[in-house]
Design a protein around this ligand. Structure first.
Ligand code: SF4
Length: 379
């Protein structure tokens, strides 16, 4: 194994719960947060390296939840624990997710001092009506201010998340979202096409007729409006849901799609070491009990055989602009994709969902919004 590893750290606290959220997260309570930080540090310190190269790390990602609910001292202590256990490269990309409204200039400067060099802002919308409808606690002005302050604190790598396909959303409101987002000159933009899970309060409001869901075709139009606008402005559409200025791709998230290893700590955190995939319990109390009593918090561990690895590699790489290099795949896994998946590939070509460019297989423009149908053929 030659690639350096990444580390994912889950911080499961949020000021309130957004009305569409299905992440493992809950309200912030200082006692629980204190125990949680200690447990996370303990879990990191217990790492045993089956594969010595897993010790070398060049990305760390603090996700959630809202990591910025923690104090600087708590975040710094977690990062210190990573540096004690792992060899973290000096140029490591260290990302922190942040919600506008939860940070000020001093806090941002302290994040820099703690070594965080990339921020991912959960903006979701610049329309105050939409923000209120989905239960976000910040306003559009707070989102603009957060980005301005982050630049003032000398963050050079900023990402903004948006959601397309909200109930009542129109092409006009979406276009305004795009105009506002690009006016802030982010280095990276991610879009989430809204899917409501069955207990989401937002879904209940739609079911009660209080809000009108929008057509899928309109959501698709919004996606392509973002794609076209981003590309016009020099952003590279390097992954289905992500656009970056040159050199600002998320190095951590690229590990997920290229099959690189990553460790994972905290509630619901999921890791991969090229042999197996594992994930921790989604219940914070169970997580705390397990770690505090010296047990593992892993709830699921799936060993991957060679066939799992090669099929995973295909559908993960199809997420990327470069697609699947069929020669590289044959050398790495001994599988000729064209003959092994002849029928599946014919079906996808007939439907116009994939295309070939020499020995590369890529998802087509049409396939970008039907990606799950494409992936299902290779599972
Ligand atoms: S901020 Fe993110 S993780 Fe927290 S409730 Fe909202 S969507 Fe969920």
């Amino acid at each position: 194994m030659s690639e350096l590893s990444g580390i994912y750290l889950h911080i499961p606290f949020c000021a309130t719960r957004c009305h569409y959220c299905n992440f493992a997260t809950g309200g912030y309570e200082s006692d629980i947060a204190r125990r949680y930080v200690a447990a996370l540090i303990e879990e990191i310190g217990r790492t045993r390296f089956e594969e010595p190269s897993m010790r070398s790390v060049d990305t760390i990602y603090l996700g959630g939840g809202t990591p910025t609910t923690l104090s600087i001292d708590q975040l710094a202590a977690i990062l210190d624990a990573c540096r004690k256990t792992f060899d973290v490269t000096t140029d490591a990309e260290i990302t922190c997710e942040a919600n506008p409204g939860s940070i000020d200039l001093d806090y941002l400067k302290d994040l820099q001092t703690a070594g965080i060099n990339r921020l991912s802002f959960g903006v979701q919308s610049f329309d105050d009506g939409e923000l209120q409808m989905i239960g976000r606690t910040h306003s559009s002005e707070e989102a603009r201010e957060a980005v301005r302050l982050a630049r003032q604190a000398r963050f050079q790598n900023l990402s903004i998340d948006l959601i397309a396909g909200l109930p009542e959303q129109t092409m006009d409101t979406w276009q305004r979202n795009l105009d506002e987002a690009f006016a802030l000159e982010p280095d990276h933009i991610s879009v989430y096409m809204l899917e409501l899970y069955k207990d989401a309060p937002l879904l209940h409001r739609v079911e009660r007729g209080e809000l009108r869901a929008i057509d899928e075709e309109l959501t698709v139009e919004m996606y392509f409006a973002l794609k076209d606008e981003a590309e016009k402005r020099g952003f590279d559409h390097y992954e289905i849901s992500n656009w970056a200025l040159p050199g600002s791709e998320s190095r951590h998230n690229l590990k997920y799609w290229t099959g690189a290893p990553y460790m994972a700590y905290g509630v619901s955190a999921a890791g991969y070491d090229a042999i197996s995939r594992w994930s921790n319990t989604r219940n914070i109390h169970e997580y705390l009990d397990k770690i505090e009593s010296g047990q593992s918090a892993v709830m699921e561990n799936i060993s991957l055989d060679d066939d799992d690895k090669q099929s995973e590699s295909i559908f993960l790489k199809l997420r990327l602009k470069g697609g699947v290099d069929l020669n590289e795949h044959r050398l790495r896994f001994g599988v000729d994709v064209r003959s092994r998946y002849r029928e599946e590939i014919d079906r996808l070509l007939d439907a116009g969902l994939i295309e070939f460019d020499g020995d590369r297989m890529r998802i087509s423009r049409k396939g970008l919004v039907l990606a799950n149908e494409v992936f299902a053929e290779f599972v």
